[in-house]
Design a protein around this ligand. Structure first.
Ligand code: ASP
Length: 437
């Protein structure tokens, strides 16, 4: 028998209807032995996610406001599923346990984690699988950094005792026994860690879309679906804002060479997107996907003989460090270097940073270009083929778009261009049409 780890996101476990689909998917393949679940998500537009309601409970507690009714709304959602599906489990016992703990103003991580906890208990009973709590298995250090190897060992040891189990996503604990969560959407990471620990044949990530699209459907009409993509390509794309999978979920699976398959609970026959070490490998596909984000600032520093001045770039980075600003790219020439930063990271401190650059670097000139969008065109197929950049730049030129910055990663599978925010959508469409249509 093989082993598949299947993680079901919030919308796949939001109510009885969705859980019935989820159960059918699990039963359809006996290899689906380890199931990781999110808390119930939205059932319809405008609905609340359980996790959001639980964070709201914490806010009420902090402000000394009554929270009983709010917690009851949470509890009722689980009760409704239980009644609807006729699951035999004593949920009241667990609600009481949580309500008791809420009296002592527990951490927001504890409160938020109860969404996954309750759901995993309910779903384990529904599937007749074992419930395995991740609290003691997913381990963080006291600062909240994931302890990857300890977690791997703990998961492996525990799961070897269970033929089939349901595990709650999103949380683990610190050495003092306090519950700690990942950042939002973190159940994807739990699934990946479990997949690594049990040496799964595949890590299936079931959600409400059929995987990744080659471009944002709000910008490109009916973009093609990505059937296969490599971990590295995905990393380049997710970094630029394509978010179906939590970006930290790639690493554990990748370490153990477990392919990740994004699947759609509502269209289970769709093969979705498969993420592997090799990616597509199909020579016909030059690019795999296009992604981008708006609102960056480029600061171009020019200084005569810069290339022979030691430590120039180190000092730039030192200044950014002082301000806790991340840089996205650092394209450079003989006597120039540009620093590309997200406006969210600069956070209104551009003038101060420029003054620091001026006084500590003494450049001959500083040019600032604001309102820049970055667009990454990603694909392994690009490196083996001449003329790809020419095609990309021609497409942009033909669309009348002025390129303000170019950066090609050393991996040669990513060309990043900076364009003005106003040209962002037009540029993505032009690139898509040139390479895909
Ligand atoms: N329930 C958590 C969230 O809403 C974690 C997850 O679903 O992955 O972010």
């Amino acid at each position: 028998m093989g082993i598949k780890v299947a993680k079901f996101g919030g919308s796949s476990v939001a109510d009885g209807i969705q859980l019935t689909k989820t159960k059918a998917i699990i039963q359809q393949d006996p290899d689906r032995r380890y199931i990781v679940v999110s808390a119930p998500g939205k059932r319809y537009d405008g609905d609340n996610k359980i996790t959001d309601l639980l964070y709201l409970c914490k806010t009420h507690i902090e402000h000394n406001l009554p929270y009983d009714q709010l917690f009851q709304v949470v509890a009722d959602r689980y009760m409704a599923v239980q009644l609807n599906l006729g699951v035999k489990v004593d949920l009241l016992k667990y609600f009481d346990e949580i309500k008791e703990n809420l009296k002592n103003n527990p951490s927001s991580d504890y409160i938020a984690s109860r969404g996954e906890y309750l759901n995993a208990i309910l779903i384990a009973a529904f599937l007749e699988y074992d419930f395995v709590d991740t609290a003691d298995l997913i381990r963080f250090d006291s600062k909240g950094k994931l302890l990857m190897e300890e977690t791997d060992e703990a998961l492996r040891a525990e799961l070897s005792k269970h033929e089939r189990a349901v595990l709650p996503g999103f949380y683990g604990s610190t050495p003092d026994g306090q519950i700690r969560t990942f950042s939002r959407g973190g159940s994807d990471i739990t699934g990946s860690l479990v997949a690594r620990a049990v040496g799964a044949d595949v890590y299936e990530n079931w959600t409400d879309v059929s995987g990744f699209l080659m471009a944002d459907p709000r910008i490109v009409k009916n973009p093609k679906q990505i059937q296969k993509i490599s971990y590295k390509e995905l990393r380049e794309l997710s970094y630029m804002g394509a978010s179906v999978l939590h970006e930290d979920a790639i690493y554990p699976a990748r370490m153990a060479n477990v392919p990740i398959n994004i699947r759609n609970t509502n269209i289970p026959e769709d093969p979705g997107t498969l993420i592997t070490a090799e990616g597509d490998g199909d020579e016909k596909h030059i690019i795999t996907g296009i992604a981008g984000s708006k609102d960056f600032t480029v600061v171009a520093l020019y200084k005569n003989m810069m290339s022979s001045e030691r430590g120039f770039v180190r000092r730039i980075l030192g200044i950014l460090d002082d301000y806790d600003i991340n840089f996205e790219h650092l394209p450079s020439g003989i006597d120039t270097v540009s620093v590309v930063m997200a406006d969210s990271s600069i956070n209104g401190r551009l003038d101060e940073v420029l003054e620091e650059f001026q006084s500590r670097l003494r450049p001959d000139s500083i040019d600032v270009i604001e309102d820049i969008s970055l667009i990454a065109t990603v694909g392994h197929g690009m490196s083996s083929r001449p003329g790809v950049s020419a095609k990309l730049f021609t497409a942009l030129a033909d669309a009348g778009i002025n390129i303000r910055m170019i950066d090609q990663g050393s991996s040669e599978m990513n060309i990043i261009v900076g364009v003005e925010n106003k040209d962002f959508e037009k540029a993505i469409r032009a690139i898509y049409d040139a390479f895909v249509e």
